[in-house]
Design a protein around this ligand. Structure first.
Ligand code: PLP
Length: 363
């Protein structure tokens, strides 16, 4: 008798489509503009001499530095294996499988639904409006049984921050019912838009942050959850005993030193300049139908014949992130802002695409 191990797996895991990360999708290229990574490596040195001991669960220096950086108290900060682990810890701490639900607003980041499905918690979606802002009446009408509302600002992949007035309203309609989780993975590119200071007025506001984007440390796997100390205390109950290795904590502390933060800010200034170049140049490409404004390190654009564009660029070693399967994003591709040279190579490739003509303005 043969045993099919698949039959032993949980039904929701059998049915699960794992997150299609840029790394999993792979491809061969030399210009990687598909994962919103910082385009160049930033060097760090590590002290690997005391690895016989377990690390601290919440390394003090990292917590103290992130609290200072975000203007909060140390008991309002949790550090984890990337912001992705924060997404999951919240569901594990607040949602009863088979009973509670999470809610999020597509088009948006894909890990909210993957985490819910993996854990076996239901999810509800309320599409963003045409201007990529929240549909508050629809959210208000679907909050029954919802424990967590995930919103992303600036939103991945559309690039826009959410209106602060809408966030106030969202926090009012969820009061006493659900937590609002604002994913600020890209907040360093528009720091004035952060809701971090609101944590002191809204006990049900949670903010997710990461070192993966502006801090140029996607390979480190280090993220932060900011919230009222009661929320943090609950998350500390479900987190692994040693979520970060000693080496990760060591490098995170360096990245969050005064010098590390100053360097990150210089990188952000340079990338924001490159984004302006990229936005302008995309407007002048015949195959581009629409370019969306962005306050993050990526740009979303709608192309005529986006499949052909995507494939042709990939054949030339320029790897982008296809978004056409997301609701409302037919023909859309997300482009991470790379070095100026990478942006120029992309634009040159787009301008020399054969046989793609633009319908706008033609008879
Ligand atoms: C990249 C990203 C994350 C994940 O960050 P990690 O710290 O690398 O896990 C979370 N949310 C959004 C919106 C992202 O784009």
């Amino acid at each position: 008798m043969s045993l099919n191990v698949e039959d032993l797996a949980r039904a929701n895991v059998r049915a699960l489509t794992p997150y299609q990360s840029a790394r999993r999708l792979g491809g061969k290229g030399d210009v990687w503009l598909n994962a919103n990574e910082y385009p160049e490596a930033v060097p760090f040195t590590v002290n690997a001499t005391a690895l016989n001991r377990y690390p601290e669960c919440q390394p003090q220096t990292v917590i103290a530095r992130y609290a200072a950086y975000s203007g909060l108290n140390t008991d309002q900060v949790l550090v984890s294996r990337g912001a992705d682990e924060g997404i999951e810890l919240l569901i594990r701490a607040f949602c009863e499988p088979g009973k509670d639900a999470i809610l999020f607003c597509p088009p948006t980041y894909g890990m909210y639904h993957v985490s819910a499905e993996t854990i076996g918690v239901a999810y509800r979606t309320i599409k963003l409006r045409e201007n990529w802002q929240l549909d508050l009446p629809a959210i208000a009408a679907h909050l029954d049984g919802v424990k967590l509302v995930y919103v992303c600002s600036p939103n991945n992949p559309t690039g826009n921050p959410l209106n602060p007035q809408d966030m106030h309203q969202l926090l009012e309609i969820t009061r006493g019912k659900a937590l609002v989780v604002a994913d600020e993975a890209y907040i360093e590119f528009c720091p004035q838009a952060t809701l971090a200071s609101w944590i002191n007025t809204y006990p049900h506001l949670v903010i997710l942050r990461t070192l993966s984007k502006a801090f140029a440390l996607a390979g480190l796997r280090c993220g932060f959850t900011l919230a009222n100390n009661a929320v943090i205390a609950l998350l500390l109950k479900v987190i692994a005993p040693y979520p970060l290795s000693t080496l990760v904590a060591d490098i995170a502390a360096q990245a969050l030193s005064e010098q590390g933060i100053a360097q990150m800010r210089q990188h952000v200034t340079a990338l924001n300049d490159n984004r302006r170049y990229l936005l302008d140049a995309l407007h002048s490409c015949d195959c581009v139908e629409q370019v969306f404004a962005s306050e993050a390190n990526y740009v979303l654009a709608r192309f005529s014949a986006s499949d052909t564009v995507f494939k042709s660029l990939s054949d030339q070693g320029i790897i982008l992130r296809d978004q056409h399967k997301q609701p409302g994003l037919a023909g859309c591709i997300r482009i991470s802002v790379g070095t100026r040279q990478e942006c120029e190579r992309l634009i040159a490739a787009l301008q020399s695409l054969p046989g793609i003509t633009h319908s706008r303005g033609q008879a």
